[in-house]
Write a protein that binds this ligand. Structure first.
Ligand code: NAX
Length: 325
């Protein structure tokens, strides 16, 4: 039997946390033969709700769930953590400017990054889901100089999966026939879902892209604004699909991506594809089960270049806004 992996979930009593925890505990993330120690980190006001979730986790009698613990202190919750899922963040409230949201979360993620640097396990992997996810991850990484940059990531897998679903529908093929999708840039409305390297069954992305009206007015905005469409329809933001994306992301990172295919994740830029070093930007990535590796050498046409540059400019503006405060 394997040694348990310690997984800490922040914002554990939120809607994404609730959707993620049971699947993580059931082995959907790290494998059905991999025991997990679950640590739930919440704000003091949500500790009661976290207690209730812990009771429900008990009531599943899951064979691989080695323990469940609840914390409101990040230092205790992150002590020895191997997989940190940073889902909790300050939401944007009425009258709040974007700069206020950035600075409120910068403070939270600076503190969490610092604490992770002090107490996390040597093999820690960190996945930021809480928004603004890319910049929150960049801030956390900056405050944890002893953790290698490659251990920080932000979630764009939900966007990636949304793009796959839209392409499968367009090409009339199963989702399993879609490969070569890339989400570039920020997890925001400026993100760029790139189909120029896609295979969709018998069709190429190039062929699909010859219908520019579909690409520009339908596909790209449908993927980039899907979060708003879900809120409009459901009256609440994406939760189960966001949890699913988080689980896919960690699974591919920890267990490896299949063959020579790739997925999308936001990681600290080493200065490739024209993305300045240090920004946490979404790239085409694969994993050998230890680190994300950027898929290099993809040709970027002018159409893609302009859109990647626009999203990267937004990432630079976010970091600049945080630095100014
Ligand atoms: P909820 O408001 O339902 O839950 C957030 C939870 O986090 C709350 O229970 C709150 O008490 C807790 N929390 C807040 N600050 C905390 C802190 N410093 N430490 C520990 N816990 C803290 O939000 P939910 O719908 O679960 O969304 C969570 C985050 O995911 C939001 O920031 C949201 O914007 C972001 N999303 C990111 C996505 C992505 O693809 N990267 C997609 C979905 C989602 O929009």
């Amino acid at each position: 039997t394997k040694a348990p992996v310690t997984v800490t979930v922040t914002g554990a009593a939120g809607t994404i946390g609730y959707a993620a925890l049971f699947r993580v505990a059931a082995g959907a993330m790290l494998g059905h033969d991999q025991p997990v120690h679950l640590r739930l980190l919440e704000l003091p006001a949500a500790l009661g709700a976290a207690e209730g979730i812990a009771m429900e986790l008990d009531d599943c009698a899951l064979p691989q769930l080695a323990s469940v613990e609840i914390f409101d202190d990040p230092r205790a919750a992150f002590d020895g953590v191997q997989q940190a899922l940073l889902i909790g963040a300050k939401p944007r409230t009425k009258g709040m400017e974007r700069a206020d949201l950035l600075s409120a979360n910068a403070a939270v993620f600076a503190e969490q990054g610092k604490v992770l640097g002090e107490v996390a396990a040597d093999d820690v992997r960190i996945t930021v889901v809480g928004n603004p996810a890319n910049t929150n991850a960049a801030i956390a990484a900056r405050h944890a100089p002893d953790i290698p940059r490659s251990r920080f990531s932000a979630l764009t897998r939900l966007d990636h999966n949304r793009a796959i679903a839209q392409l499968a529908r367009r090409a009339e093929v199963p989702v399993t026939a879609i490969s070569g999708v890339t989400i570039w840039g920020n997890h925001s409305a400026t993100q760029y879902p790139d189909i120029f390297h896609v295979r969709a069954g018998e069709l190429s992305g190039e062929a699909l892209a010859t219908d520019r009206a579909w690409l520009v007015d339908d596909f790209i905005p449908t993927v980039a604004q899907r979060g708003s469409a879900i809120i409009a329809a459901r009256g609440a933001s994406s939760a189960a699909s966001a949890a699913n994306g988080t689980i896919d992301h960690v699974q591919d990172w920890a267990l490896g991506t299949a063959g020579d295919g790739w997925t999308s994740a936001a990681i600290v830029s080493p200065g490739v594809y024209g993305v300045p070093e240090g920004l946490v930007c979404s790239f085409p990535v694969r994993s050998d089960g230890t680190d994300w590796e950027i898929v290099e050498g993809l040709e970027i046409n002018d159409f893609s270049r302009a859109r990647i540059d626009a999203s990267v400019a937004e990432l630079q503006a976010e970091i600049a806004a945080v630095d100014a405060l």
